[in-house]
Design a protein around this ligand. Sequence first.
Ligand code: HEM
Length: 338
Amino acid sequence: MTTGHRLAGKILRDRRFGVRFSDGSYPVNGGLLPESFLELDPPDHTRLRRLATPAFSPRRIDEYRARVEKVADALLDRDEFDLIADFAAPLPISVISDLLGVPDSDTAEFANYGALVAASFDTGVTAEMAGANDKVLALFDRLIAERRRRPGDDVISSLVAAEAERKLTAQEMLGTLVLLLVAGFETTVNLIGNGTRALLDHPAQWTLFKAHPELAPAVVEETLRWASPVQLTSRIAHERVDGIGEDEMVTLLIGAANRDPEVYPEAYRFDVMRVHRPEHLAFSSGIHYCLGATLARMEGDVAFRALARKMPDLRQAGPVTFRDSVVIRGLRSFPVSR
Ligand code: HEM
């Protein structure tokens, strides 16, 4: 187990560590979700990640920003609401569905699935989750068949083209799509929820941000550091490294590393003016560095600016409830009024 920033970062970037045991097994997947490149070591990881990368290039994300702003503004046309259910969750759901090419008529099904997968991190796989999994795989199968007939400008279409060139198998394509869906749903909601709560709990910082909306990227980075949506990950030594034996698993406490006082002075303070050098580990580091980081940062930026602009008097309107999870740090509900 590591809690320090330097050691955690070093292990994440050390190619002598990977995500699989030497017998090829993976530590935590309950066997339900199709395998994805998050759960693979090179060379398969490299091959599959490369196929998904173009959709997340900074240029593509920039082009996409105006659409996200529209969604955020529309979601905020209300007075009393739950910040998680009515804003922080639907925004990334709508964004990733759009990016993948999931039609509006199927978005509710995918959203329900995302929520169940999220719950399964906390409760284990339930019968309800298994049923939803079958449904979503069937939905993806249908969308893939449609794109084979009529390609579009979306991630499913580009993966279908790669499959035709034998760059990935049908099963790997499904694994990639499910990963993007779950990663897109499950983390950004907590960046938006945790950041909004941090701002409301620190009125001077909220006031400063409202006067200087150009600080939005700083609010995003400080939220990622101070209230990291993904609190931990793990790596397995592929050979003996210092005191760690081959096939031993190391748990890396990202949330703790991001509050390491040796790296961040007054690490427990939420301070949007903080200089983040070195970068926090909220998006991990090394070859598995979050592929959606640019997208998530843009969504957070848009969400915080929209809240500051449209709801300058936003306040908490009841007690919050927390997600019951050691991996995911986030709120289940956050009643607010404008
Ligand atoms: C990987 C965090 C948003 C797609 C990761 C990892 C972390 C992370 C910690 C690496 C885990 C490890 O090294 O074991 C986050 C956070 C997000 C976020 C905190 C939001 C604030 C997104 C979004 C997408 C995405 C919006 C895209 C839809 C991915 C993918 C990987 C990944 C595809 C696997 C990368 C690889 O294995 O090479 N994310 N993520 N993430 N994330 Fe994100």
